[in-house]
Design a protein. Sequence first.
Length: 231
Amino acid sequence: MNSIDKLRAKHPTIYFLADLLLNIFIVVLLVYTVRTYLISPFQVYGPSMCDTLNNINTNCQDGFGEYLIVNKAMYYPFFGHRFGAPQRGDIIVFRPPHNEKDFYIKRIIGLPGETVKIQDGKVYVFNKEHENGWELPEDYLNDTNRGQTFPMPTQGATTYDVPKDTYFVLGDNRKKSSDSRTCFKGLSLRDCDDKNNHFLPINLIEGKAWVVLWPFNKLRLLQNPAYQANQ
């Protein structure tokens, strides 16, 4: 009989409690690891991504709505290496630069080194492949938002040069989204006194919105738009 068997026979209560605590520790460690590095749940709040998200029973939710699974492993820097970089069209969950206690959910529009221009309600992207710019085909926008992307009040055509390791993001509900246009702080022009505040650093991205779990009738995999293949 080994020492463990002797302990179990001589002190069954102590053995039971020790075994229980060990199993609880293992479960907690596994849950922490999964939620921190692999996947985690997220509940969408507000109307900024309607109709793509939080449009339940044809109504855009102003409060809490759909439950998602966020893929955190996709972008996580394991030992300094990421499995994949954020791509245009990805719907991401992130901490806004001005308040890292909150979580936002938006869509990536501009990549590092690109220029994004908003003009006449449309979005244009300039990069090495399209030096003269190309209009972003945004089929995911509903009829209310299609052709209705505008910068902050009092500004006309606005150009955003996306720095290294940052992204330009927008909500799909362009009329009700606090995003890169407004430095994630609302709709007031005074909140964007620094041009660098328009951009989201990669280290603040928590992960990619992956699967909608609830409501059950909205269960679906979130896929990138078709323009990914044409950029």
